[in-house]
Design a protein around this ligand. Structure first.
Ligand code: SAH
Length: 355
């Protein structure tokens, strides 16, 4: 039994079953045993690989995207380039390198890493040691001073905790983690959160997910009040729907979310319609979502790959092709991943969203 499972069993023994969001928070962020607190999960030797770790092209294109967004904002003399959940710092390093192509932008920006994992903060410091840009670290977006902002969040929203609700004859019940037959198990809260109404024809057994919106809502409010744009990229669906999408990944394979808590990455699909709704509620506008494939193509990933291949060895050229496929092919990240822009209503269509 993992140390975290022992702790979760104690909590359940005292408080009773815990909601899914609390379980997720403990698994990912427990101060001693949390998944992100105790390790670097990324890369071939870790549990999963993200787009910036697949290829430098991803971060470079986003750096160019940010430079254009800055110009659309009227080239403010100071802009905060915020990354939420920056992992190893690879995306930021690639973006800052690409931003040098527009020296006025590079001179105007300060980078702000919003990160809760001490292990990953240390890695980010190493990755970004020689970028020549001012960089600061924060635990939450509310710690970053207000002002014109460009923000990036790749595979960040999927790690924000969700709650789940299960439909039964008498209404919607909160899904909890409890203990059955001495194992962690999903159970439904006995009383419905929302009683059955005559107009609700949702079939019994349906599951509804609701995610913590606070980091994204605060970001959207900042953009609406102080100007700027944000790019949210993640795996998920464009329309809200029903279904259990909570998933655990360990060593590049799916595992049971209730087995070995704290040892696997726990995420759930992003409901992009819900994310757009949070942003609009704060007075920001949204553009997209479009598929990652469409977004990267419109930013010129194919031309970028061709240029890189021009000075590459045959092996490097094959790697570039493989990365391009991985990032854009339908069966890989290209279709499942979506890009959504959140922006100050005064900004026009942003690069990639301007058809
Ligand atoms: N964006 C990176 C890493 C994705 S993994 C990439 O694409 O490679 C998720 C990241 O979000 C990790 O850096 C993790 O530590 C961070 N994270 C998770 N929950 C967070 C929270 N509530 N606040 C800030 N960072 C968080």
């Amino acid at each position: 039994m993992t140390p975290l499972e022992a702790e979760i069993r104690t909590i359940i023994a005292i408080d009773g079953p815990i909601p899914v969001d609390r379980y997720m928070q403990l698994c990912l962020g427990h101060p001693r045993h949390g998944y992100y607190v105790t390790r670097d999960p990324l890369g071939a030797a870790g549990d999963f690989v993200t787009a910036p770790e697949v290829s430098q092209m991803f971060g470079e294109l986003i750096g160019a995207w940010a430079a254009t967004a800055w110009q659309q904002m009227g080239s403010p003399p100071a802009v905060r380039l915020i990354e939420m959940g920056p992992g190893r710092g690879t995306l930021m390093a690639d973006a800052l390198r690409a931003a040098r192509a527009m020296p006025e932008f590079h001179a105007a920006l300060s980078a702000h890493m919003v990160e809760t994992s001490p292990v990953l903060c240390a890695l980010q410091e190493k990755t970004l040691a020689h970028t020549g840009a001012p960089i600061a670290w924060h635990h939450g977006i509310e710690e970053v001073r207000e002002g014109p902002t460009i923000a990036i969040a790749n595979e960040f929203v999927d790690a924000l905790p969700i709650n789940q609700f299960v439909k039964d004859h008498d209404g919607w019940h909160m899904r909890m983690v409890g203990i059955m037959d001495d194992e962690l198990a999903f159970v439904a809260a006995p009383d419905p959160m929302l009683k059955q109404s005559e107009t609700d024809a949702t079939p019994v057994g349906a599951i509804l997910e609701r995610r913590h919106d606070r980091p994204v809502s605060l970001l959207a409010r900042r953009l609406a009040q102080h100007g700027g744009a944000a790019l949210i990229i993640d795996y998920g669906h464009m329309e809200s729907g029903f279904g259990d999408t909570l998933q655990a990944v360990r060593g590049h394979k799916f595992t049971d979310p209730l087995v070995d808590p704290g040892e696997a990455d726990l995420t759930a699909q992003v409901d992009f319609a819900a994310v757009a709704g949070w942003a609009q509620r704060e007075g920001a506008v949204t553009q997209g979502p479009i598929t990652q494939s469409e977004f990267l193509r419109r930013l010129g990933i194919e031309q970028r790959a061709a240029r890189l291949k021009g000075s590459a060895t045959p092996q490097q050229a094959a790697d570039i092709d493989a990365a391009l496929t991985r990032l854009t092919a339908p069966g890989q990240m290209g279709e499942l991943f979506k890009a959504l822009a959140i922006a100050d209503p005064k900004l026009g269509p942003l690069p990639g969203f301007d058809t």
